[in-house]
Design a protein around this ligand. Structure first.
Ligand code: SAM
Length: 288
């Protein structure tokens, strides 16, 4: 809904699932199973990897950590603390520009993503920059790492909005962090879900219920999901973090910077000056 560039102007709220006879590809809000979600996400991000990188690669940089379309950088925000010498996991890394930036700061980084297509871009960027980090293809809902393996975990818009059970991802990240470890993730700000995916004036009118947690689903001509993205309210996100055992350190709602004119999908200067587009949760696993 929010992260890739398709809009939801054609949202078909009547269509309720693959059992309906779909007359063609479309967009809806309906429940999905974990398996359907995983299949759609892997297929979508594999197929869209080249497009995503050609559209956003320059903004994201070769070795840079950009938290959000507002352009907030980890170099300025310092949400992860000093990463030199620390074991860091980047989830939903995409082309892993953030992981390479972290490696350049002296961190011992592992970057993971569901999509082989996205990880191929990470490999190519590693060859171009000479900054190589281990890449792991996996689902963030089942992290293939030992308990307490990392000091820090992070993601900029990766994995969390694309899984059916984000509370499970919170528990998985908690498990792989050491006591005292930090978990920082950015997502579309929950309030954006009440608006259409429209960076212009059309995107200033509230049309969806903030309380509708049914995922946004794009489907093919057979009704099968091809893209799935999940909304959680601010309270849901907090409960998922606290329920996993984390404490909340900070919640950043980056303001749209003066002079920043770049549009990313539904993120635009027009809307960014009025209301937040990104929420960044900074959480910590309590020390023993
Ligand atoms: C919007 S992109 C963000 C990529 C990168 N962090 C960035 O800032 O450009 C979302 C990423 O999440 C990944 N992803 C989606 N579902 C995932 C899952 N279940 N586990 C791990 N990664 C997932 C996608 O493959 C994609 O690379």
């Amino acid at each position: 809904m929010e992260i890739h560039s398709a809009g939801d102007d054609d949202l078909d709220l009547a269509h309720d699932g693959p059992d309906d006879v779909a007359s063609g590809p479309g967009v809806t809000r309906r429940p999905v199973t974990a398996a359907e979600n995983l299949r759609a996400s892997r297929g979508w991000w594999d197929a869209d990897a080249d497009n995503y990188q050609s559209e956003h690669g320059e903004f994201l940089g070769e070795a840079d950590f950009v938290w959000c379309p507002e352009g907030l950088r980890e170099a300025d925000a310092k949400l992860l603390g000093d990463v030199a010498g620390r074991r860091v996991l980047e989830l939903g890394c995409g082309a892993a520009a953030a992981a390479r930036w972290l490696a350049a700061q002296g961190a011992d980084v592992v970057a993971m993503d569901l999509s082989a297509g996205m990880l191929r871009h990470a490999e190519q960027a590693a060859a171009r920059t000479g900054l190589t980090v281990p890449l792991v293809q996996a689902d963030a809902s089942a992290l293939p790492f030992a308990d307490g393996a990392f000091d820090v975990a992070c993601t900029a818009f990766g994995a969390v909005p694309f899984v059916d059970d984000s509370a499970l991802v919170m528990r998985e990240v908690y498990r792989v962090l050491k006591p005292g470890g930090r978990w920082v993730f950015s997502v579309t700000h929950p309030m954006r879900w009440i608006f259409l995916d429209d960076p212009t004036e059309g995107g200033l009118r509230a049309v969806h219920s903030y309380f509708d947690r049914r995922p946004y689903v794009e489907y093919d001509e057979h009704g099968a999901a091809t893209y799935v993205e999940h909304h959680r309210t601010m309270g849901d996100r907090l409960r998922e973090l606290l329920g996993a055992g984390f404490t909340l350190v900070d919640l950043i709602e980056p303001e749209w910077p003066e002079g920043h004119e770049q549009i990313w999908g539904q993120w635009s200067p027009l809307r960014g000056r009025l209301f937040p587009g990104t929420a960044i949760f900074v959480a910590a696993k309590p020390s023993d």
